[in-house]
Write a protein of this length. Structure first.
Length: 279
C-alpha cells in the first residue's frame, strides 16, 4: 500500500461522495458527514461501500406563509446502499476520480390510514473529479443521473441530474470543514407535473476531540424554483452529529437533523446513520 493510499484510508473513514435525498423532508445530499470530501491524489485504486439510513417523522410541514402546520403524520425509512470505485489517472496523478452507483431502499408508513408503501427507489449513478489546491484542502466537481426505474410505489417517475461543487478544508489538525453547493435539474413526471430547478448547499464543521470521537454541526439549505405546476419552496435545516472513527478502514456517523425555517416544504425531523467500509 502506498503512503497516499494509507493516508486516504485514515481520512475517508466515512466518506464516499454525496447522495440525493429521497424523501420530501430531506434536503439534497444532506446525508454527507465530516471528511466526506477530504480526498487524496496520487493513490492506488480502492473501493468504498457506504450504507446510509434515516428515519423521518412527517409530523409537521411549512405552509405558504412559512408557518409550521400539521403534517401527514407518516414515517419514512430510507436506506441508501452505495458502491464507489476510486482511482487516479496515470496521465495526471494530481487528479482524483470516482465512479459510483447508489441503490435506495424506501418504506413509507401512513399511520392514519394504516397503509405502507415500500420498494427499491430510483437508482443514481455518476462521477466525481477533484484536485488539491493545497496539501490541506480539496476542490472538486460531481455529477449524477437519477433514473426513474424504481418500484411503482416509491419512484419519483422523472429523470434528474444532480451536479455540485465540493470542497474540504482542514482548518487545523483537529478542526475540519467539508461542504458542497449545487443544483438539481428535473424532467417532467408521469402525472404531468414538472418540479423546478433547485439549489442546495450542505455544510459540516467537525472537531476531532479524540482519536475515536468527532462531534460536528450540520447546516443544510435547499430552495426550489416555482413552475406552472409546482409551487416554489425552501427549507433550512440544522443538526448535531457524532462521527465514530472505529477502525482504520471503517467509521460510523450519527446525526439528528431538524428544520429551522421553510416554505411549502415538509419539516425535517430525522435521525441519520452512516456506515462506511474502505478496501
Amino acid at each position: 500500500m502506498t503512503q497516499a493510499s494509507s493516508h486516504l484510508r485514515r481520512l475517508l473513514l466515512g466518506s464516499a461522495l454525496l447522495l440525493s435525498s429521497l424523501a420530501q423532508a430531506q434536503t439534497t445530499f444532506d446525508v454527507i458527514g465530516p471528511h466526506e470530501y477530504e480526498l487524496p491524489v496520487g493513490f492506488e485504486p480502492f473501493n468504498v461501500f457506504v450504507q446510509y439510513a434515516y428515519v423521518q417523522r412527517n409530523n409537521r410541514k411549512f405552509d405558504t406563509d412559512g408557518d409550521r402546520v400539521k403534517g401527514s403524520g407518516s414515517t419514512t425509512i430510507v436506506g441508501l446502499s452505495k458502491y464507489v470505485r476510486f482511482w487516479t489517472p496515470e496521465s495526471n496523478p494530481n487528479i482524483g476520480l470516482a465512479y459510483e452507483v447508489i441503490v435506495p431502499e424506501i418504506s413509507v408508513r401512513d399511520h392514519r390510514a394504516n397503509t405502507q408503501a415500500s420498494g427499491i427507489g430510483d437508482p443514481l449513478t455518476g462521477f466525481a473529479i477533484w484536485y488539491k489546491p493545497t496539501p490541506d484542502s480539496t476542490l472538486g466537481f460531481q455529477s449524477f443521473i437519477q433514473i426513474p426505474a424504481g418500484g411503482s410505489d416509491v419512484s419519483d417517475t422523472n429523470w434528474k441530474n444532480l451536479s455540485s461543487v465540493l470542497w474540504d478544508v482542514r482548518l487545523t489538525d483537529r478542526l475540519g470543514w467539508t461542504a458542497d453547493a449545487g443544483f438539481v435539474f428535473q424532467g417532467e413526471k408521469t402525472d404531468g407535473t414538472r418540479p423546478g430547478t433547485s439549489f442546495h448547499t450542505n455544510q459540516r464543521l467537525g472537531y476531532r476531540a479524540t482519536p475515536l470521537l468527532e462531534p460536528f454541526v450540520a447546516v443544510d439549505y435547499e430552495r426550489s424554483a416555482k413552475t406552472s405546476t409546482v409551487a416554489g419552496s425552501h427549507v433550512l435545516d440544522a443538526g448535531l452529529g457524532l462521527m465514530l472513527h472505529t477502525f482504520d478502514n471503517q467509521s460510523i456517523t450519527l446525526r439528528y437533523s431538524k428544520s429551522v425555517s421553510g416554505e411549502n416544504h415538509a419539516a425535517n425531523n430525522s435521525f441519520n446513520l452512516k456506515y462506511a467500509y474502505v478496501w
